[in-house]
Ligand binder design. Sequence first.
Ligand code: GDP
Ligand code: MN
Length: 396
Amino acid sequence: MDLFEYQGKRYFARFGIPVSPGGTADTVEEALAAADAAGYPVVVKAQVQVGGRGKAGGIKLAATPDEVRAHAGAILGMDIKGHRVKRLWLEHATDIEKEYYVSFTLDRGARAHLGMVSARGGVDIEQVAVDEPEAIARAHIDPSVGLTEHVARRMVEEAGLEVDARDGAIGIMLNLYRCYVEGDADLVEINPLVLATDGRVLALDAKVTLDDNAAFRHPEWDQFRDLDELDERERLARSKGLQYVGLDGDVGIIANGAGLAMSTCDVVNQVGGRPANFLDIGGGASAEVMANALDVINSDHNVKAIFINIFGGITRGEDVANGIVTALGRVDIAAPMVIRLDGTNAEAGREILRTVESDQVLSRPTMLEAARTAVELARARTAGPGDRADLAGSTS
Ligand code: GDP
Ligand code: MN
């Protein structure tokens, strides 16, 4: 998960890395309040997950409320390399003496962490790496040893940081390395790390990529999930803990296991239909999970038919069928449903499903037949009852 600058700075602050005081704003009014709180002069910064915001006009200094109003108004809604600006970060502006670069990331080839420091900060570091590779001091860090003060000092000396900035930079590097390891990041980058005219060294930008595999031990990461980026269906699915990806077809899909859910999407396509979503309910198929999945499918108004595709492995067919029957008692389905149940004790499960079968709830023994039925149902409902072939002529 990539963090926005304001989130990255909050993460940095937890590890003792100095950043400027500031706040977020989604409107011009909020920007004025955030500027007041940060203290003038301020810098108004577009929050998008892409570099080069400065060059694109997404970062402006403001000395007065009028300037904040003008810049905030211009930057909100701006398009920066395909990213629409919905949020600003305003912080107290720093008088910059020098801009540096520092980062830690994983060098998979070397099986070690890689630290980089440069006195050519603030600019495109990839370009520096090409034009002047010697301007970047690099060090591999053995994870079992960690970053020592000795190594950090050697790096800032080799990179040629101003003598006045070295102690501050070393302190920040040690904390940034902790943020990278203890904070379970794949990448932490400060560009620019600055030496201010008053002698302080601090982070003016923050790029943090968290390792999603470590999310289980960081409940606090939930605050970083930008739910605004998700559509309504995905937001609902996430709040219910379901693995869901919204698509733009009309056959709602529920399957157990990511592989089966993907195959289900493929089979629906193969028989000429279009999946409305990918939804993996995981190994089991309890009434609770099934009801949640149906709620999410119901929230998608494009869904014209529902296809439940369950392969009982460890979960037995009777349990799956009972889960579906109970869920149907709790949730009103918004579209007809086709169930394909196979695997362990499938026949016993289908026997149970027979008790709820109707023209709205159908059961088919194979995946292909079930897909065909679901796609036909969706098509018939899209065409509208008046156009249905089986009704043609019935009014004349
Ligand atoms: P990026 O262009 O997306 O990497 O955004 P940055 O946050 O790195 O900002 C770009 C540039 O804006 C920096 O390299 C600085 O030169 C300038 N800048 C950012 N914050 C301040 C500040 O507080 N004071 C001043 N004078 N310049 C700033
Ligand atoms: Mn930057």
